[in-house]
Design a binder for this molecule. Structure first.
Ligand code: ZN
Length: 101
């Protein structure tokens, strides 16, 4: 009988069909008696099936790097607006002039 640590170490090996037969029996027995490890096995299997899906590899658009750079630059500008433009549109101007008279 193997414990959870051993089962979780064996699971990826079993997924690769590289697990020795003697360990396959131990692992199967553990999974029958251990819900968390059985869940982990199903999760691993689902992940492997997804990653083996044909056409799963999605090429990143070549403009992604530039888009990230521009997004970071815009975020920095929003956090620290250039000081020389402050004269045109003061953020804390006198609001009283716009009141209803
Ligand atoms: Zn377990």
């Amino acid at each position: 009988m193997i414990d959870c640590d051993q089962a979780r170490a064996l699971l990826p090996v079993a997924m690769d069909k590289a697990l020795a037969e003697e360990h396959q029996g131990d692992l199967a027995m553990h999974l029958q008696n251990c819900g968390p490890c059985a869940t982990l096995e199903r999760t691993l299997q689902a992940t492997i099936q997804l990653s083996a899906w044909p056409g799963q590899e999605i090429p990143l658009p070549p403009t992604l790097g530039q888009a990230v750079v521009e997004a970071v630059r815009a975020a920095k500008l929003a956090a620290n607006p250039p000081a020389e433009d402050a004269g045109d549109d003061p953020p804390s101007g006198p609001a009283a002039e716009n009141g209803s008279v």
